[in-house]
Design a protein around this ligand. Sequence first.
Ligand SMILES: NC(=O)C1=CN([C@@H]2O[C@H](COP(=O)(O)OP(=O)(O)OC[C@H]3O[C@@H](n4cnc5c(N)ncnc54)[C@H](O)[C@@H]3O)[C@@H](O)[C@H]2O)C=CC1
Ligand SMILES: O=C(O)[C@@H]1CCC=N1
Length: 280
Amino acid sequence: MTRIAVVGGGRIGEALIAGLRESGTEPSDIVVVEAVQARADELAKKYNVLATGLDIGCEGADVIVVAVKPQDVPAVVDRIGDAISDSVHESIVVSLAAGVPTQVLENKLSAGSPVLRVMPNTAMLVGHGVSAVCKGRYARDEHLEQVVTIMESVGLVVVVSEAQMDAVTAISGSGPAYFFLLAEAMIDAGVERGLPRDVAVKLATGTALGAGAMLTGGGEGPAELRYNVSSPGGTTAAAIRTLEASGLRAAVADAVEAAASRSRSLAQAATSDDDDDENG
Ligand SMILES: NC(=O)C1=CN([C@@H]2O[C@H](COP(=O)(O)OP(=O)(O)OC[C@H]3O[C@@H](n4cnc5c(N)ncnc54)[C@H](O)[C@@H]3O)[C@@H](O)[C@H]2O)C=CC1
Ligand SMILES: O=C(O)[C@@H]1CCC=N1
């Protein structure tokens, strides 16, 4: 059994714990380290897992998942490094943080420590997460396999290079929010057309579920599926023309560039913190 310590029990830490529990991971194989005591207690109760301090949480952990804000990663990994430096047990350190390069973590740990990055998304909560995994400098293939296996228990996994992580973050890390915004807009538009809100919610969310299943069904691609909805001279063609004229594609491209750019700047923030530590 792989013992997993999740450091940071916020939104993504909880999504991981929930997905792991749902997929059958034993509660005794999960430990959560969360700075806010009330939140730690909440997670411990909800998922029947141990909530503890960082030293005890890291002790004997096979995989230590860092799920704190990017800006907090250097300080937290510093403490993890202290906690595991004397251990004979090898721990893999996995960062979920947007932007932060593996090198920042490696610099805080004993020489040669295996570090990987994973960019997951909140759909882990329902077993349909999408995660991209990349190895740091000292991680070997068996470390990669171990992390891929964990993330596969909560959804789909792709292996990428670290250079691709900003783009991944902008597509699948932040991506659920883009679909949620579209769903909100559809619901509000339905209400504007006179539908009761609960009916509009059912229509929009059920349509999202069906469209998602068709998109991931392994059959036709998105353009082909869209053509099949668009009857000649019909309603869909009229709607799509309006969406295109409103600049939907350009808006999506700009949004993805904004997210990737923000990811790059989070890297700079974490790297400068790292430099400060090393210089001072
Ligand atoms: N929310 C999302 O959809 C995704 C988030 N991420 C990454 O996951 C990380 C966390 O994001 P969220 O969960 O959204 O943030 P969040 O703010 O909800 O959670 C962070 C948690 O870490 C805790 N924390 C802070 N310092 C700590 C410490 N020293 N020891 C233990 N716990 C500590 C905080 O109390 C908080 O509960 C970020 O780096 C983000 O880039 C990655 C993919 C998706
Ligand atoms: O918004 C964020 O910064 C995090 C990373 C990807 C999704 N949520």
